[in-house]
Structures are given as C-alpha cells and as structure tokens.
Design a binder for this molecule. Structure first.
Ligand SMILES: Nc1nc2c(c(=O)[nH]1)N(C=O)[C@@H](CNc1ccc(C(=O)N[C@@H](CCC(=O)O)C(=O)O)cc1)CN2
Ligand SMILES: Nc1ncnc2c1ncn2[C@@H]1O[C@H](COP(=O)(O)OP(=O)(O)OP(=O)(O)O)[C@@H](O)[C@H]1O
Length: 191
C-alpha cells in the first residue's frame, strides 16, 4: 500500500482520535456532555421527533444514557442499532425501553436481543443520532471502520430521516479525505 494512501491515513486518524477521545479530561468531558445534552433538548428536530435512534456508549464516546433517560421522559420511542444477524455489514434498529434485555455483541457493545416485534424500518425513524470517531468542517465523518453508518445513511436524503452526529470538539480534524461512499451529515452537534 502506498504511504500516502487515504485508507492508511484514515486508519491512523481513527487510531489517534479514538485515543484522544478515551483520554479526554474528565471535567472537560462532563462540561461538554452537559452542553451537548442542552443542545439536543432544544433541537427542533428532536422536539418534533417521535422515533429516535441513538447508541450505547463505548470506547470513550459521550455518555448517551442521560439523553436516553430524557427521551423516555418525553415519551419518545428510542431505538438502538444491532448488527444484522444474517447481513452482518448492516444495522437493524430495535426499540429500547427500561425492560429491554441487552447482550454484548462481537465488539463488546451492548445491544438489544433480537426480537422481530421490536424492529423499526430505517425510513420510519425521524432522527438518527450518529456516532463518529472524527469529523471535519464539512461534516464528513470517519467512523469505527465497519461502514455501518455509511451504508445506513447512503440514501437518507430520499427519506425524511434526519441524521445528527454527536461528538466532542477534540474529534474535529482539519480535513477528511472523503471516499465516494462517505456520507456528509447535515449537522453535527459538538462541544
Ligand atoms: N456505540 C456505538 N455503537 C455502534 C457503533 C458505534 O460507532 N458506536 N457502530 C458504528 O459503526 C456500529 C459498530 N461498529 C464497530 C465497528 C468496528 C469496531 C471495532 O472495534 N473494530 C475492531 C475489530 C474488532 C473485531 O473485529 O473484533 C478494530 O477495527 O480494531 C467496533 C464497532 C454499531 N454500534
Ligand atoms: N454505502 C456503501 N455501500 C457499500 N459499501 C460501503 C458503503 N459504505 C461503506 N462501505 C464499505 O465499508 C468499508 C468501511 O468504510 P469506512 O472506513 O468509510 O467506515 P466508517 O465510516 O469508518 O464506519 P461507519 O460508517 O460504520 O461509522 C469500506 O471498505 C467501504 O467500501
């Protein structure tokens, strides 16, 4: 592989920013989380939404549990991604409530146990809160490398689904050498 190959560069950025995210100072982390929670609570798309996809934090991601508690309180329906059992490069979204049983997937991330009655088709989601590792000023993102969210969001503009990235400021980088399949997010909330 060439030294300046974008694939290699992406791998290095992912590694570096994941580490930066894990090592974020705990009081800075707390302040940033409070700011992001506030921004989300005032967000018109969240206020109007009924069906909201989110994720359970791992690897230094912002703690999403308070957001989930808030959404439940507001009587929103909350959904979590699971790795599709047959089509393993794809995600499915399952309803998440206080009674949902969770188990760790192959990456060590907690996910709901598959129950077909709890599945929501992608196009019925109103907002997809989207995890990311790194982002740039154009709202291109680098994720964990599975391509899951790029596949999921490839055609979001043909639907009424509104994706919102959430991240810490320390995850912003100058420029992402975007690939043809990379999805540009309409919005990233960060602090
Ligand atoms: N909280 C959260 N949930 C999420 C995501 C996310 O970014 N955050 N995902 C966003 O897409 C999906 C999971 N994607 C992932 C992709 C790669 C690895 C990962 O650790 N890869 C290792 C190899 C691990 C292995 O194969 O055993 C690596 O690259 O070193 C983890 C999650 C779905 N759920
Ligand atoms: N829409 C798509 N259709 C087919 N393959 C795709 C699509 N999006 C991404 N891929 C494939 O997935 C692989 C991983 O992509 P990439 O490194 O951009 O993932 P990522 O953005 O870091 O991860 P994620 O989207 O899960 O957060 C690539 O090899 C790419 O070819």
């Amino acid at each position: 592989m060439q030294k300046n190959s974008p694939v290699l560069a992406t791998h290095d950025i992912r590694k570096k920013v994941r580490q930066r995210r894990r090592e974020l100072d705990s009081s800075l982390r707390y302040q940033a989380e409070q700011s992001i929670y506030q921004q989300l609570q005032q967000h018109p798309k969240i206020l109007a939404a009924k069906h909201i996809a989110i994720f359970l934090s791992f690897d230094g991601e912002l703690n999403t549990q308070p957001i989930i508690e808030y959404l439940w309180q507001q009587n929103k329906s909350v959904y979590l991604p699971i790795i599709h059992p047959f089509n393993r490069k794809h995600l499915m979204f399952l309803r998440y409530d206080r009674h949902t049983q969770l188990a760790r997937n192959q990456f060590g991330i907690l996910e709901p146990k598959l129950n077909v009655n709890h599945v929501i088709p992608f196009h019925q989601l109103n907002v997809v809160l989207t995890p990311l590792v790194a982002f740039d000023h154009r709202n291109y993102r680098i994720g964990m490398g599975g391509g899951y969210y790029d596949r999921l969001l490839a055609d979001y503009q043909k639907t009424s689904v509104y994706p919102i990235g959430i991240a810490f400021n320390c995850q912003q980088i100058a420029h992402i050498d975007n690939q043809p399949w990379d999805v540009q997010l309409p919005e990233i909330i960060s602090a």
